[in-house]
Design a protein around this ligand. Structure first.
Ligand code: UDP
Length: 477
């Protein structure tokens, strides 16, 4: 599978660049950044991903084996320092968010030592590692920033700082962000603007030339669209074990989907961080059952003490729900092979929390979405999908939450869920139009990463720029 890419690199005839990639310990950040690392290695450049031991085990299964793609591990802190995180938990979920982020702060010294001992030509680091900015400056090497957002969302987030430049579309969100969030985003975006450029896991056609121009004009900064980067996963194994080990086998999942008609199944998944309260799970069960459509529903696995209380474990599930839906539905408790599912012809819609990776993976598969944003930057992503590009419909979520949930929070009721699912799955003019557009963007996504496509060309141009910088530095030293 590398032959084509290697041929392209030999055409470029350059001495390989050396890259270090530093990912955050969260699936939604680690997965795309490691895909981006793979992209650079596929062009013949020497890439090292800096990770922790248990993430390295997962990455070895999902990343293609390639002579230029290496992993370097730094020790994850002891249980004492990591506030009693269970052994082997080195990636965050809703329960462990604070502890994993605390543990992450201790990684700065070992990572910094490794980088300084043998500096690369370029560092690509997640936005949460603000200290990488100074490290790259001291080493006089370019740093590329990555935050896992679409450029559309970055433009909307930054728009209040540029009152004299109108956004290409008027955007009104369905919920107000928590008061500390704008400040957090501002800090992150400010650091990013000091980087050599921003890498975006999207393709230019979905963000749109109008947003790319807006970003470049207002900030004077460069964004490189290199995605959808998930399209680098080619074998079923690479597609199945992304981020974590899947709890169902690909065979089980695919043979179940094979038995279903085209576009007859709704895929329901809310990413790696969102754990709904029982009342909300109950509403989802009632809503999807009332819609009458087939489904695969990913419910996060309960952990620790909750798991021990077996009898209480699924008190949210309506009585007889699984028996009644044995033919129509599959409930996956834990990590699902999302990329495999979204690429199956039986999947006709994705009820999604609008995490950016999930969106771009659905778009790559030409799957229309039913949008249900929950936290982070997801309410912005929803607007790109529903109003701006018209490849999804909104379920009607109106409350911006933290990653934890309290029992008193606003629920999305079963009727809204049923209505949202039916709008896409029952057919009719609106559904046909949304599906047609989603499939069109799916074709454009796959086109973008082929030779001559927009993302493929951007990667070539970025590599040329970085090579020029490296060579100028070599000459001057
Ligand atoms: N994912 C998966 N199986 C699951 C849940 C999530 O493979 O059961 C993957 C999904 O394909 C995506 C990532 O995890 O690549 C989730 O990222 P996203 O930005 O959608 O959401 P987050 O988890 O960051 O909220």
């Amino acid at each position: 599978i590398w032959e084509e890419d290697m041929r392209l690199n030999s055409m470029e005839k350059t001495m390989p660049l050396k890259f270090y990639f530093i990912h955050v310990l969260a699936a939604g950040h680690m997965i795309p950044l490691c895909d981006i690392a793979t992209l650079f290695a596929s062009r013949g450049h020497h890439v090292t991903i800096i990770t922790t031991p248990s993430n390295a085990l997962t990455l070895r299964k999902s990343l293609p084996s390639h002579p230029f793609l290496r992993l370097h591990t730094v020790q994850f802190p002891s249980q004492e320092v990591a506030l009693d995180l269970p052994d082997g938990i080195e990636v965050t979920d809703a329960d462990q968010l604070g502890k994993v982020f605390h543990a992450t702060t201790t990684l700065q010294t070992p990572i910094q030592n490794f980088v300084e001992e043998n500096p690369p030509d370029c560092i690509v680091a997640d936005f949460l590692f603000l200290w990488v900015d100074d490290l790259a400056k001291n080493l006089k090497i370019p740093r590329l920033a990555f935050n896992g957002f679409s450029l559309f969302t970055i433009c909307v987030l930054q728009s209040s700082h540029y009152p004299n430049s109108l956004l290409p579309h008027p955007i009104t969100l369905n919920a107000s962000p928590p008061k500390e969030l704008p400040e957090f985003f501002d800090k992150m975006l400010e650091t990013e603007l000091r980087s050599y450029g921003l890498i975006v896991n999207n393709f230019a056609e979905l963000d749109g030339e109008e947003y790319i121009r807006y970003y470049e004009k207002t900030t004077g900064h460069k964004a490189w669209h290199l995605g959808p980067v998930s399209l680098i996963s080619r074998t079923p194994e690479e597609k199945a074990e992304r981020g974590m080990k899947s709890v169902v086998s690909i065979h089980e999942c695919v043979s179940w989907l094979d038995s279903k008609a085209e576009n007859s199944v709704v895929y329901i998944c809310f990413g790696s961080l969102c754990h709904f309260p029982d009342k909300q799970l109950y509403e989802i069960a009632c809503g999807i059952e009332a819609s009458g459509h087939g489904f695969i529903w990913v419910v996060p696995e309960k952990k620790g003490k909750e798991k021990e209380r077996q009898e209480e474990k699924e008190k949210w599930m309506p009585e007889g729900f699984e028996e009644r839906n044995a033919e129509k539905g599959m409930v996956i408790r834990g990590w699902a092979p999302q990329l495999v599912i979204l690429n199956h012809r039986a999947v006709g819609a994705f009820l999604s929390h609008c995490g950016w990776n999930s969106i771009v993976e659905a778009v790559s598969g030409g799957v229309p979405m039913i949008t249900w944003p929950v936290h982070g930057e997801q309410f912005y992503n929803e607007k790109l999908i529903s109003e701006v590009r018209g490849i999804g419909v909104e379920v009607g979520a109106a409350e911006w939450r933290g990653t934890g949930f309290g029992e008193r929070e606003m629920l999305v009721c079963r009727d809204s869920i049923e209505r949202g699912v039916r709008r896409i799955m029952d057919g009719g003019d609106e559904a046909q139009e949304v599906r047609r557009r989603a499939q069109g963007y799916g074709e454009k996504a796959r086109e973008a990463v082929r030779e001559g496509g927009s993302s493929h060309n951007n990667l070539t141009a970025l590599i040329h720029d970085l090579t020029r910088l490296r060579d100028a530095k070599l000459i001057s030293s």
